[in-house]
Design a protein around this ligand. Structure first.
Ligand code: HEM
Length: 224
């Protein structure tokens, strides 16, 4: 059930983000949305996907690293964002590879690595929430300034989608830490532990989906 839901929800999310990207580009080209044809969309998607294999992944990673390293946040904020992202990617990889492709659940060195990364993830998540909560709060309009690489100060507007997705990442992130910690306490019976592991898995899935959508909306907001 968990594997089917994971593959299905990832497929639906990535298709929806592709479609959103296509509509955005189309709206930038022509304001007239009445001439939308689904065939054009599929041709555009095939071209995009085939283009993925042409572009050098190395170049894209360099661009991404460049963007992240030149994040003009204060050092503590910048490194907590970088460590949070890195630990999350490695946690998702170690957790989902075992949950989706290996019959046995996480054990041995992969589990040890997962729990160590979990500690880094929990600390960085709390730092990022404390430092970024004002930017992603709903009760007031906040613009934050970010210098570009050319040292030009740019006022950045955070969209409602980014705010919702930020908290949709934080809540399961908190649940992930809580479920993992409760697994370490000798209070739950085996059936209860299995329920806690399931809550951990589904929190991981919702954290992953909101992280993908948040990254997408942050990047398209950045290129504006
Ligand atoms: C907050 C820190 C975290 C800690 C301490 C932690 C700890 C653990 C532990 C101890 C298990 C093994 C449970 C068992 O089968 O007995 C586990 C499983 C798992 N974790 Fe985490 N985890 C954390 C964060 C995450 C994150 C951020 C993700 C993914 C986004 C994730 C995804 C998974 C998955 C998918 C499994 C199930 C693996 C399986 O089916 O065998 N975890 N985690």
């Amino acid at each position: 059930m968990f594997s089917i839901l994971t593959f299905f929800s990832l497929l639906v999310l990535i298709s929806a983000l592709f479609f959103h990207h296509y509509r955005r580009i189309r709206n930038l080209i022509s304001k007239d949305s009445t001439d939308f044809k689904i065939t054009n969309y599929f041709f555009w998607q095939v071209k995009r996907i085939s283009g993925l294999f042409k572009t050098s992944i190395k170049k894209d990673c360099q661009k991404l690293l460049h963007k992240v390293l030149y994040l003009r946040y204060p050092t503590a904020e910048k490194w907590s964002i970088i460590l949070l992202s890195l630990s999350f990617v490695l946690l998702a990889a170690s957790g989902f590879i075992y949950a989706l492709f290996i019959t046995q659940s996480l054990y041995g060195y992969p589990l040890l690595l997962h729990v160590i990364l979990g500690g880094v993830f929990s600390v960085c998540l709390s730092v990022v929430v404390v430092l970024q909560a004002p930017i992603y709060s709903f009760n007031k309009e906040v613009e934050f300034s970010k210098d570009t690489f050319e040292r030009r100060e740019v006022k950045k507007h955070v969209t409602v989608a980014q705010k919702i997705l930020f908290w949709l990442f934080v809540i399961p992130g908190l649940l992930l830490a809580l479920t993992a910690l409760s697994l370490m306490l000798p209070v739950f019976s085996l059936p209860a532990q299995l329920v806690v592991i399931d809550i951990h898995r589904y929190s991981a899935l919702s954290a992953l989906l909101s992280a993908i959508a948040f990254t997408y909306f942050t990047f398209i907001n950045d290129v504006k």
